[in-house]
Design a protein around this ligand. Structure first.
Ligand SMILES: Cc1cc2nc3c(=O)[nH]c(=O)nc-3n(C[C@H](O)[C@H](O)[C@H](O)COP(=O)(O)OP(=O)(O)OC[C@H]3O[C@@H](n4cnc5c(N)ncnc54)[C@H](O)[C@@H]3O)c2cc1C
Length: 353
């Protein structure tokens, strides 16, 4: 059985970044991820890289290869308020990307000294006297490793969080998303607010000849709410032919400053596994980068009390995300506020028909 200093579970933006940043001179690192070379598993995502995430890439001194971008790049969001029957356009600076290629690129940046287990699903973990025993299925074969530290970077439905912190509760939604052949005359990006079906939001966007429609819905009857919304949007001219692909997964939406699970007892959680995602926009890639950088620095600087250091260094980010519940969410999700804001015309842009 192989022993490592640190085992990272999950190689999305958070895990892949941490694996890239950990100092190979000091740490033997293992990284386990269920994605494989054959793209059999792909993370459901809108694939929009927000300015905050772009800024983190800039701080890492990384430039984005052009084959990660998709067609087209869209500079405005058409915001549709189905309750108040208002539509407005706002400028947006997102990059439209291929999320699967983006994740593969981040993994390609991990140094060779990190032992990567692809096509591997973590199934069981046990705290032992020396550290942790980690059991996973690699291409259908049972594997076991041991490690001193475990980092859960395994996303919203984190196995690591469920295993070690089963009682920790973070507000959850079900994200449902479908891909269609794009039959619209012009590509577009849209954000839909429809309190009848969800107190969160839905999105629609064009991507490389496809049209994606998805939303975050309260967990019960999420699929019915998704279908009801499609019917409403069909009446507004949205085109939903036979879906090419349907995806669904959990998405977190922290509801207070205390709804972040940072870990304990040499288990750390980063990225969405810990609840780091914007409760207003559901943008999670920038926080995945930020928490990976914070934890990477703590390990590389050999901080004594790593848990205390992580809590302290991530406090600002937790405040920033929790503050969105007070300063942003009401203006987006409260129908009366939203109506006033949209009708005020603040920050709206006029688009030619
Ligand atoms: C439908 C949808 C649309 C979204 N759109 C956007 C968007 O446009 N822009 C944006 O910024 N954010 C978006 N988000 C949020 C964003 O995708 C996440 O917050 C972000 O990916 C979190 O990064 P992460 O590295 O923490 O986790 P993830 O990206 O979820 O990565 C977790 C990794 O862990 C692996 N894994 C999970 N369980 C196991 C296991 N048991 N064993 C081994 N490996 C495991 C998975 O393979 C995965 O690669 C969206 C989310 C959803 C659900």
């Amino acid at each position: 059985m192989k022993h490592f200093d640190i085992a990272i579970i999950g190689l999305g933006p958070a895990g892949a970044t941490l694996a890239r940043l950990l100092d190979g001179k000091f740490f033997r690192v293992a990284a386990i991820d269920k994605k494989g070379a054959d793209s059999s598993f792909q993370k459901p995502c809108g694939g929009l890289l927000a300015p905050d995430a772009q800024k983190e890439l800039a701080k890492f001194n990384l430039t984005l290869p052009k084959d990660i971008l998709v067609d087209p790049q869209i500079f405005s969001v058409k915001t549709i308020d189905l309750k108040n029957r208002i539509t407005k356009h706002y400028q947006r600076m997102y990059l439209n990307i291929d999320r699967s290629k983006f994740d593969s690129w981040l993994i390609s940046l991990i140094p060779k000294n990190v032992k990567i287990f692809k096509n591997s699903i973590c199934q069981y973990m046990l705290k032992t006297q020396r550290g942790f025993k980690i059991v996973f299925d690699e291409n259908g074969h049972k594997q076991e490793i041991t490690a001193d530290y475990v980092v859960g970077a395994d996303g919203a439905d984190s196995f690591v969080r469920r295993m070690f912190f089963p009682k920790f509760n973070i507000r959850k939604y079900t994200a449902v998303q479908q891909w269609f052949k794009d039959e619209h005359q012009k590509p577009f990006y849209s954000c839909i607010l429809d309190p009848e079906n969800t107190d969160c939001y839905s999105w629609a966007l064009s991507k490389d000849g496809h049209f994606i429609f998805g939303g975050a819905y309260p967990v019960s009857n999420s699929r019915e709410k998704f279908e009801r919304q499609k019917e409403k949007l069909s009446e507004l001219g949205f085109k939903f032919p036979e879906p090419v692909k349907t995806e669904a997964c959990m998405i977190l939406r922290p509801n207070s400053f205390t709804e972040f699970c940072l870990g304990g007892g040499n288990v750390f959680l980063i990225g969405e596994a810990a609840g780091f995602i914007s409760p207003s926009s559901l943008e999670g890639i920038s926080s995945a980068f930020k928490t990976a950088k914070i934890l990477g620095d703590i390990f590389n600087k050999h901080k004594e009390n790593k848990h205390r250091a992580y809590a302290s260094a991530s406090r600002g980010l937790r405040f920033k995300l929790a503050a969105k519940l007070i300063f942003k969410c009401p203006f987006i999700y409260d129908s009366a506020f939203r109506k006033a804001v949209m009708n005020s015309g603040i920050k709206t842009i006029r688009t030619e028909e």
